[in-house]
Design a protein around this ligand. Structure first.
Ligand code: ADP
Ligand code: MG
Length: 369
């Protein structure tokens, strides 16, 4: 089906002016469509949802419905006291009242409102930007803090349960091909040792949940910089987008993953390990932005595990890359055979850099929270 035909199945007033690819996501296919009438213009986002990642689009849309109804109500309630206008996309239904459309190929499409006058950057622009990312994530966590997590279905069960990745890794090492790849290089053996040295640390958050110290809330699930929209006029954060992974989880998974990605300016593909450093200026800025807002709802136990979450999520991602490398790169797409090995090296170096700064990171968190 042509895009122009497809978009007309949705209930949008005005006449279609253009429809073009938009944004730099790498999961969904995203388009911007502009509708106009004599006095007004309506810009909307059309997305084809990635079937390989999300098998059940209806379930994702049901989650999105629960989330947006809850957050729009809260945003209205707090609007008067708020220092800015926070935005949250609204779902636009099809003309026959559905939240998504299945095309003749079986792909699911949805339309959501566009966040007005804002940009999602692909890289951290500096400490001020990092602070806004922190503020946006904390505001999001505050919005969903009283949303009953049982109303959401987990789209990717077990996504941040580190011990499960460890089991999967052990399984791969036990295969003939896995063992061969492991023994084929010194570097692979070094990474295996890195994992062994942190085996006891892997269940730290799961154990805290089991002891009742940490409770599951609603998490975003993918809090990286290009899912945070920054207002073009004020430079302040205005919205958290890419809501497909919103699910029951720990706030710590988001906090750790956000710091992991934001404080590594070298990026996930860096070949020169000496350039991979956990940036403390960016960390301080993010923590300031996050904790200024999150102070209101974090418990003492929540605070105690924030440092661990940064270390753990970085370790976890490194282990996932390494496991996939040993399994023959079946999950993470690669352009060359050693790519997942290198991605693992980068995350493990970052993890070491975090460990070396443990005292400083803990101090920052303690003074700010
Ligand atoms: N509601 C929106 N308003 C404005 N831009 C959007 C909106 N939703 C998505 N985008 C743009 O499209 C990009 C990809 O969308 P996203 O939902 O993050 O998909 P992906 O899962 O592929 O990352 C975003 O980084 C952003 O630039
Ligand atoms: Mg995205």
């Amino acid at each position: 089906m042509e895009l122009s035909v497809l978009i007309h199945k949705f209930d949008i007033p005005g006449r279609l002016v253009t429809i073009n690819p938009n944004g730099g996501g790498n999961i969904n296919d995203t388009y911007l469509a502009i509708f106009r009438n004599t006095f007004d213009e309506r810009q909307v986002i059309l997305q084809r949802m990635n079937r390989a990642v999300f098998e059940n689009p209806q379930q994702i849309m049901a989650n999105l419905r629960v989330l947006t109804v809850h957050t729009h109500r809260k945003l209205e309630e707090e609007a008067e006291q708020s220092d800015r206008v926070w935005q949250m996309p609204k779902l636009i239904q099809t003309r026959d009242g559905k939240d998504c459309l299945i095309d003749d190929r079986g792909d699911a499409w949805r339309v959501i409102t566009k966040i007005a006058s804002a940009t999602a950057f692909n890289e951290t622009q500096g400490p001020e930007h990092a602070a806004e990312c922190g503020a946006v994530l904390a505001h999001f966590h505050g919005l969903v803090n009283d949303l009953d997590q049982t109303e959401l279905t987990d789209p990717l069960p077990g996504f941040h349960i580190t011990p499960r990745y460890l089991e999967k890794y052990d399984g791969t090492v036990a295969t003939v091909a896995g063992r061969e790849r492991l023994n084929a290089s010194m570097e692979a053996r070094r990474l295996a040792k890195f994992i062994e040295d942190r085996r006891a640390f892997a269940p730290v958050l799961q154990q805290a949940i089991a002891r009742g110290e940490l409770q599951l809330h609603v998490m975003h699930g993918d809090p990286k910089v290009n899912n945070v929209m920054i207002d073009d006029f004020t430079g302040k954060g205005t919205a958290m987008i890419d809501l497909d992974t919103v699910s029951p989880g720990l706030l710590h998974y988001d906090f750790g993953d956000a710091l992991r990605s934001i404080c590594n300016p070298a990026g996930e593909e860096e070949l020169n390990l000496n350039k991979v450093v956990f940036d403390m200026d960016l960390c301080l800025a993010f923590c300031k932005g996050y904790l200024a807002q999150a102070r209101a709802f974090l418990t003492d136990a929540d605070r105690r595990y924030l440092y661990d979450s940064v270390r753990l999520i970085t370790f976890e991602l490194g282990m996932r890359f390494f496991q996939d490398y040993l399994a023959g790169s079946v999950y993470f797409k690669t352009r060359h055979p050693e790519q997942n090995l290198n991605r693992a090296r980068v995350q493990f170096r970052l993890c070491e850099s975090i460990e070396a700064r443990e005292r400083m990171i803990r101090e920052q968190i303690n003074t700010l929270a």
